[in-house]
Design a protein around this ligand. Structure first.
Ligand SMILES: Nc1ncnc2c1ncn2[C@@H]1O[C@H](COP(=O)(O)OP(=O)(O)OP(=O)(O)O)[C@@H](O)[C@H]1O
Ligand SMILES: [Mg+2]
Length: 365
């Protein structure tokens, strides 16, 4: 991670000099299907050893971008460069990419060993070299004992590990992963995420990972590309996207958030009768707007001018509690430590403050 960040910083420097050092560079990519759906004007640089995640709701265009990189779809316009060279004219098998799909696509009649060796045989590698590479790849995905088994004898998670090993063996310049863990149960999905991250650190491989699961994206990525309706909505680090969402869509898609209808006069923002921002540090044009506050950024206060509300419900969830508050026509969620929750009960009148919030000139529907 640190290494990747360092690489990114170096890259920022070179990009400013107009140099192309990116491992993968997508430039103004557009692909519109006959139905009118697709993606428009996607530009993205992925640095060597970086894990970039395409995140967004179903139908936003994640797979379209990934398939274009892998050569399974021909873009209408734009360019795709890998290590500085356009790959647009190359068929999928000639591109320096490998793809891992949601369905594992293993050959059922071949052993794990043969499934893995197949791609290398086609590439006419020597037998001893193939044996060694396959053994190493199986070790990397923690399946050393499974070489003689058939895919049908393995669990879903194990089959996906084999599919991952097969892709890694091709030593692609860019590894493409399209929702590889979405068929697995929640616990296994979390384990696989950690393993993939470890493999990436060990191999230094550049990866583009697709998911519609925001938690998966936040936990696994160096940077996240949030997509919405065929366009890039925001591109930044997980922390930045969580703390500084660039649009109302990003704010509401990523993490839990309270959205409050509010009004701006160009300098101050009011929720109901209370002004919540005096300093004018965020400039929001006059008119209706939306305040977005994370549940962990709400607190109970005694300050006289703060928002007044009533507790509706207190739910203890392990080490913290989720408190529902009815406040200025809105239902807010607040996270508090478990000890504090013991003093709270439904029907209680409270005053609410915000540690921080983001204001958007858009109005939530
Ligand atoms: N071959 C195709 N022909 C026509 N429309 C398509 C085709 N492939 C994708 N689309 C449309 O393009 C849009 C983007 O599809 P895409 O598969 O890239 O979405 P996605 O973000 O991967 O969604 P999901 O999370 O459901 O996999 C969708 O509206 C989809 O219906
Ligand atoms: Mg998809």
């Amino acid at each position: 991670m640190v290494q990747a960040q360092r690489k990114m910083q170096t890259q920022v420097g070179t990009a400013e000099q107009g140099d192309t050092e990116a491992q993968l560079s997508i430039r103004n990519l557009s692909k519109i299907f006959k139905t009118g759906d697709g993606v428009t004007d996607i530009s993205l640089d992925v640095q060597p050893g970086e894990m970039v995640t395409l995140l967004g709701p179903s139908g936003c265009g994640k797979t379209t971008v990934l398939r274009s990189i892998g050569g399974f779809l021909e873009p209408d316009s734009g360019d795709i460069l890998i290590r500085g060279r356009s790959v647009l004219n190359l068929p999928p098998e000639k591109r320096p990419t490998a793809m891992v799909f949601q369905s594992y696509n293993l050959w059922p009649h071949m052993t794990v060993q043969d499934n893995l060796a197949f791609g290398l045989k086609i590439r006419k590698r020597k037998k001893v070299e193939i044996e060694r590479s396959v053994t190493e790849a199986l070790e990397l995905v923690q399946l050393s004992g499974a070489a003689r088994k058939y895919p049908g004898e393995l669990s879903g998670g194990q089959q996906q590990r084999v599919a991952l090993a097969r892709a890694l063996l091709l030593q692609p310049d860019v590894l493409l992963l399209d929702e590889p863990f979405s068929a697995l149960d929640a616990k296994l999905r979390m384990e696989m995420r950690e393993e993939l991250r470890e493999i990436q650190t060990k191999t230094g491989m550049t990866m583009v990972f697709v998911t519609h699961d925001q938690e998966e994206a936040l936990s696994i990525s160096d940077r996240i590309v949030v997509m919405h309706a065929g366009k890039i909505e925001q591109l930044s680090t997980p922390q930045d996207i969580y703390d500084r969402p660039g649009s109302l869509f990003v704010a509401s898609f990523i993490g839990r958030i309270n959205l409050m209808r509010s009004i701006s006069d160009g300098q101050h923002i009011a929720v109901g009768s209370k002004v919540v921002q005096q300093d004018g540090s965020t400039s929001i044009p006059a008119g209706a707007c939306t305040l977005a506050v994370r549940p962990e950024d709400l607190y109970l206060t005694g300050e006289p001018d703060s928002l007044e509300g009533t507790i509706r419900q207190v739910m203890v969830l392990g080490h913290y509690a989720e408190v529902s508050i009815h406040c200025e026509q809105e239902h807010l969620k607040m996270f508090v430590p478990r000890e504090q929750a013991a003093e709270l009960h439904s029907g209680q009148a409270v005053k609410v403050g915000f540690h921080k919030f983001t204001a958007f000139s858009e109005v939530s529907s």
